[in-house]
Design a protein around this ligand. Structure first.
Ligand code: MN
Length: 728
């Protein structure tokens, strides 16, 4: 095939069109000519490493695909395949001139080309092959890409840089040849392999070629005599058969030698004989004839007709000591099986176009494969090897170094980070996807390059658990949260117990707690403390268990706070009692929660309410909600800020405003907040009349003083009628 082109003559416009019309009389000649001219103009004076005009390359790629009798859209795509990446032409131009289908195909090929340029894939060949398959939503995209690679391999020797030649050849061997094989394109696969082999191991190839030449000379007309004798054998049995003697490629011989499968001693070691018959029945009949005429080589028989290879290959294989006592390999197949074996999936397009259809059942296998390709069904294992869509439940993303990370669909940068390394996951604070900062909950897509930003101060966040999809990320986050939660409960519990003991002027020791472990049905002092922190037991209960005599002797500290809350005097509000438990160091959302009703801020006088099993909720001491807890003093806890480094930098404050209903009033109020370094995190209009709005705004502030500054600034604005902190 394509002998003239292999010798380097550039195929001409009319030749290309003639060739297509020879197998597809209805081909769109006008579109083909338009694509030819468009690509030629777009590439202009660009040249290849060979010195040829660049345009010769897309033209050759198109030529390769005409050998597979592909449809007009595929041939046009081949002509245009490098225009978007390498010239000024845009996808919009192509859409205007050639329509949706071609544009989609060209876009697909361009995406594959960009992926190819992204990194060194040879190390992760299997993943990269899957990525290419996943991204080739239309099989024709992959066919163009393979033809592109084949032409680049045919012209590889023009590239001067040896290292570059080597890496292209390696990639071809590891990725493109197996891809061609997977979709059944045996011929393409063999040529790709052999071209790569001549680059990667030229000496081995030379010596194999020399040996082949020698054997051919020694053997003389041996091959012809074998074919003639086989022909006679079949004729005697009444089978019409065509016999083809085919020399194996140097690469396939070399690989067999490596696996020590053949000794490479005689000519028949490197010849395979193909017997083409007219029906499946004849295949088995021919097999029987061969097996009764010649001694069988053990373990060589394979029936790929009743059990086709995953890529759809069907044939009977056997080995015999045949004519002239030569050990030979024989493959028996029908014409249809033969075509499918040579060009695989490409035959589908011939079938679909109708121009390859000589008999009704001819492409039945392809029709079946296609149905499986298009509608998910059938045994898992078969799909595993044939169905392109099988990778649609996965996404493949790149690290900045070009390593491929394989994730389930719906995965986020947090999943990615954990897949790279547990430590990276734990410390991740942000992600750049394709160079842009994106939220950690973003769904990743095929081919995304993901850079994870980390901070030593970061720890896994309980909120991640809501959007991660990988088991590894989820397990790690949950484990961290559980461990941390217990630590937090433990720390809080110890503080509560120490205060409870101190109030009654007892010394708090771990030893004193050991005596009451059984009372509370726990195994260790730590378990008891953690239970107190979680609000399962109160400090007072533990104290009363340790010292049964002190029951209700004194008014508890909680009662003092309750009365304090009742007084609500400005003077007292600023001063936490000396016994207050500092909440410094406790992580919000675990043992400590900030109440959504009053939004306490550092600087506010605060009080804690213990909720059983959930730790402590912090309210401002004047929060209206607290009245609900007046009857349960044992749940009150005297707490204080003590702002430390581990408190979040920002706290959410809630403000109620009444604003004039006029253009720009919302704008000026957000300007005032921004100027005062506040960040609006939520805004809700609660009431709207002709002249006024009522609004609730959540503002992130540092502390009470910061909020007071903002409120003061808002009060000064003419459009704002009323501003107050919203509580309860
Ligand atoms: Mn190209």
């Amino acid at each position: 095939m394509g002998e003239a082109r292999k010798r380097g003559c550039m195929i001409r416009q009319f030749e290309l069109v003639e060739k297509i019309k020879s197998y597809d009389p209805n081909a769109n000649e006008e579109a083909l000519n338009k694509a030819y001219v468009f690509a030629m103009k777009a590439h202009g004076s660009q040249v290849r490493a060979s010195g040829d005009p660049y345009f010769s390359h897309p033209l050759e790629v198109a030529g390769i695909l005409t050998d597979y009798k592909l449809d007009t859209a595929t041939i046009i795509t081949a002509l245009l395949h490098d225009t978007v990446e390498d010239t000024n032409a845009s996808l919009e131009d192509i859409k205007k001139l050639f329509g949706e289908e071609t544009t989609r195909l060209v876009d697909g090929v361009t995406k594959l080309t960009r992926l190819e340029l992204q990194s060194d894939h040879a190390k992760q060949a299997e993943n990269f092959r899957k990525l290419l398959l996943a991204m080739s939503e239309d099989i024709r995209v992959l066919l163009v890409k393979l033809a592109d690679r084949l032409h680049n391999m045919r012209t590889l020797h023009h590239i001067n840089d040896k290292a570059k030649r080597h890496s292209i050849a390696l990639e071809t061997m590891d990725i493109y040849a197996p891809l061609a094989e997977r979709i059944g394109m045996q011929e393409m696969k063999s040529e790709l392999e052999d071209l790569a082999f001549s680059q990667l191991n030229a000496e081995a190839r030379e010596s194999i070629l020399a040996r082949l030449g020698f054997l051919r000379e020694m053997g003389g007309s041996l091959v012809a005599r074998i074919i003639a004798e086989l022909q006679q054998t079949f004729e005697n049995a009444g089978i019409k058969a065509e016999i083809i003697g085919r020399e194996k490629t140097p690469y396939s011989i070399w690989r067999k030698m490596q696996h020590k499968e053949v000794g490479f001693e005689q000519l028949s070691d490197i010849m395979a004989f193909r017997v083409i018959v007219s029906s499946v029945e004849d295949c088995y009949h021919a097999l029987g004839v061969v097996h009764s005429a010649y001694p069988v080589v053990p373990d060589r028989f394979k029936d790929y007709i009743s059990t086709p290879k995953p890529n759809g290959y069907r044939s009977l294989h056997t080995g015999v000591f045949g004519p002239e006592r030569q050990r030979i390999e024989i493959q028996i197949r029908t014409r249809e099986m033969h075509e499918v074996a040579e060009i695989g999936v490409a035959a589908h397009w011939q079938y679909k176009q109708g121009y390859g259809q000589r008999e009704g059942r001819q492409y039945r296998w392809l029709r079946e494969l296609l149905e499986i390709l298009e509608h998910a069904s059938g045994p898992e294992e078969f799909l595993e090897h044939t169905k392109l869509e099988m990778f649609h439940d996965q996404v493949f993303c790149f690290t900045p170094k070009g390593e491929i990370i394989n994730l389930p669909n719906g995965a986020t940068p947090v999943d990615f980070a954990y897949a790279v390394h547990s430590e990276v996951g734990d410390k991740c604070v942000g992600a750049k996807i394709n160079g842009r900062m994106m939220p950690l909950r973003t769904n990743l897509e095929n081919g995304d390059q993901v850079e994870i930003l980390t901070s030593k101060a970061q720890t896994p966040s309980p909120t991640w658990d809501r959007f991660v999809v990988t088991g590894k990320a989820r397990a790690r986050i949950r484990k961290y949260v559980r461990t941390k939660e217990r630590e937090q409960y433990l720390e809080l519990g110890k503080s509560i117990l120490a205060r409870a003991f101190k109030e009654e002027e007892y010394e708090y020791t771990e030893k004193s707690l050991k005596s009451v472990l059984k009372v509370f049905n726990v195994d260790s002092v730590d378990d008891l403390c953690a239970n107190v922190g979680a609000g399962i037991q109160t400090g007072r209960e533990v104290l009363e268990a340790v010292f049964p005599g002190i029951k209700k002797k004194k008014k508890g500290a909680a009662q003092k706070i309750i009365s304090l809350a009742g007084v609500r005097s400005k003077k007292d509000k600023g001063k936490p009692s000396e016994n207050a438990i500092p909440i410094k160091g406790l992580i919000p959302g675990m043992a400590v929660h900030y109440a959504g009703c009053c939004h306490p801020l550092p600087g506010d006088r605060i009080v804690g309410i213990v909720s059983t099993g959930k730790g402590v909720t912090i309210h401002t001491i004047d929060c209206a909600i607290l009245e609900q807890y007046a009857e349960v003093p044992e749940r009150w806890l005297d707490v204080s800020w003590e702002v430390g480094a581990e408190l979040p930098e920002f706290h959410v404050a809630r403000v109620h405003l009444t604003v004039l209903n006029e253009p720009g009033s919302l704008g000026s109020l957000s300007m005032i907040i921004a100027k005062n370094e506040g960040n609006i995190s939520n805004l809700k209009i609660t009431h709207r009349s002709l002249d006024f709005f009522d609004l609730l705004i959540d503002i992130e502030v540092r502390d009470v003083r910061h909020l007071t500054d903002i409120i003061t600034a808002l009060r000064a604005a003419p459009v704002i009628n009323l501003v107050e902190r919203a509580k309860g």
